[in-house]
Design a protein around this ligand. Structure first.
Ligand SMILES: [Zn+2]
Length: 277
């Protein structure tokens, strides 16, 4: 499932390749995603210029002229690729190319999503802040607002597992399952620990490793297990740098103990029984 680093990698590529272009036409072949696309979305987008490409949590925000914003969420298996002539579709099954935008330089933006849990929604820029999808999101982990002080306060009195709290989008926006495991391994805190019992020093380490791990993953183009591909159709390279995620039974890179796999909050989680307290 694409998390913040994958969406940010995508954003950076699209910002370079599609900003300033005009969407000549849009085609919706399958409108039944997580929520059905509005019927008029293709007509509303045709002729619009792409002014900028932003991101909030795991949402891509494609800013268009006439004060419109196209909100895109990749769901479980979605991808948005920038395709020029000769693009190798590789793993992309054309039957899942649900939405396509033709740009004025001949390139196409193609939304492919086998499981159709994604979201594409056109909204007015003035309504962005109050959009149901974005309202109530916590601070960005790579921006101001997410500090050790903030995280420490957010954990006080909380009975939930610290990993569940770290993945709570209302606490911090965009941290998902893979990176929560990685952050807690580096911070030396077990994913099952009650958040309220995290010490101040541990909260500081978690708050410091959160942006560090996410930035490192963005630098690696994100993580690909199965379906994720970036905007050029390339898999992310961060999987080989994961230190704990999906390594059950393998030796810990710090101490050699066998990594354990457990389920926390219905999500697969991994930790070292020796290094993580
Ligand atoms: Zn260890």
């Amino acid at each position: 499932m694409p998390e913040l680093p994958e969406v940010e990698s995508l954003r950076r590529i699209l910002a370079r390749s599609a900003t300033g272009r005009t969407i000549v036409s849009a085609a919706v072949r399958e409108k039944r995603l997580r929520r059905a696309l509005d019927d008029d979305v293709a007509d509303a987008i045709a002729g619009r210029a792409i002014l900028a490409i932003g991101r909030r949590a795991k949402y891509l925000l494609i800013e268009l002229d006439r004060e419109l914003v196209l909100l895109v969420h990749l769901g479980m298996s979605g991808s948005l690729t920038h395709r020029r002539a000769g693009f190798d579709p590789g793993p992309f099954d054309p039957r899942h190319d649900h939405v396509e935008f033709a740009l004025d330089d001949g390139a196409r933006l193609v939304y492919n999503d086998p499981r159709r849990f994604g979201l594409i929604k056109l909204i007015k820029k003035s309504e962005l802040e109050n959009a149901a999808e974005l309202r109530g999101l916590g601070p960005e982990p790579l921006g101001g607002g997410f500090s050790s002080e903030y995280f420490w306060r957010a954990t006080r009195g909380r009975k939930a597992a610290v990993k569940t709290l770290l993945m709570d989008q209302r606490i911090v926006a965009g941290v998902g399952n893979i990176y929560a495991s990685e952050i807690l391994f580096r911070a030396g805190v077990r994913p099952t620990r009650r958040a309220g019992r995290v010490t101040r020093a541990e909260a500081e380490r978690i708050a410091a490793y959160t942006p560090a791990v996410l930035s490192e993953a963005i630098g690696g183009g994100g993580t690909t297990f199965r379906s994720y591909r970036d905007a050029r159709g390339q898999p992310g390279r961060f999987a080989e740098r994961l230190q704990v995620y999906d390594r059950e039974g393998q030796p810990c890179i710090k101490c050699g103990a066998a990594i354990r796999g457990i389920v926390v909050g219905q999500r697969s989680s991994f930790y070292c029984p020796h290094c993580q307290k």
